[in-house]
Design a protein around this ligand. Structure first.
Ligand code: CA
Length: 220
């Protein structure tokens, strides 16, 4: 799951990013409205945390622009308690939820999870590939009836493969969804996680297509 935070208060943005990363999300941060809109257009995020008062372009405009382009990425708007905001206006522009500053991190995380769950319900609530069952809303995985314990990154890699089960998913595509822009290391980091997944799930489930990527298949 990859999230974008558009927030010009740098300390707040940093602490949110750190907290969400610790939960296993890949997080990009933008401190400017125009840059935020640009990133939202360039990358398919799973959710956007969007401040309203921003330099460059305000959050309402960003949200309205995305919706006008048919982009339905869930948006959680951050509003200042005493700020000049209008909830009705925000909802008109297509935001999915609101949080008034100051807020507790725990509440933010709960709202983020709820929005992602809502989105997942509309799409893939649970994925089954042979005897493998992947549940994105709770980030749990079962093999037949036995739960498999995965690290957050392992889960994120598996989720990408399961979302497109049977198709070839390239390392670059996995990187884009699981790691953030700040990651400048080797794309071969993906191999490390694929190896770990094979150890935990059995080697025959994740096929390597040399030079192309990986394919998740049902167990034989
Ligand atoms: Ca602001």
């Amino acid at each position: 799951m990859r999230l974008l935070i558009v927030e010009d208060e740098q300390r707040l943005a940093r602490s949110l990013a750190r907290g969400l990363e610790a939960e296993g999300f890949a997080v990009d941060v933008s401190h400017d409205g125009l840059d935020g809109l640009h990133r939202a257009r360039e990358t398919s995020y799973d959710l956007i945390v969007l401040d309203i008062m921003l330099p460059g372009l305000n959050g309402y405009r960003i949200c309205a622009a995305l919706r006008a382009e048919g982009d339905e990425t869930p948006v959680l708007m951050l509003t200042a308690k005493d700020g000049e905001y209008d909830e009705a206006e925000g909802l008109d522009t297509g935001a999915d939820d609101y949080l008034t500053k100051p807020f507790s991190y725990v509440v933010l995380l709960a709202r983020v999870r709820a929005l992602l769950r809502r989105r997942n319900r509309a799409g893939a609530r649970e994925m089954r590939v042979g005897s493998l069952r992947v549940e994105p809303s709770t980030r749990r995985v079962w093999l037949a009836d036995e739960e498999v314990s995965l690290t957050t990154k392992e889960f994120a890699v598996l989720e990408q493969l399961a979302t497109r089960a049977g198709e070839v998913v390239s390392k670059a595509e996995i990187l884009e969804h699981v790691w953030d822009f700040a990651y400048e290391g080797d794309v071969n980091i993906v191999e490390v996680y694929i190896s770990a997944l094979r150890r935990k799930l059995g080697g025959g489930r994740i096929l390597t297509l040399r030079g192309a990527g990986y394919r998740l298949v049902p167990d034989a």
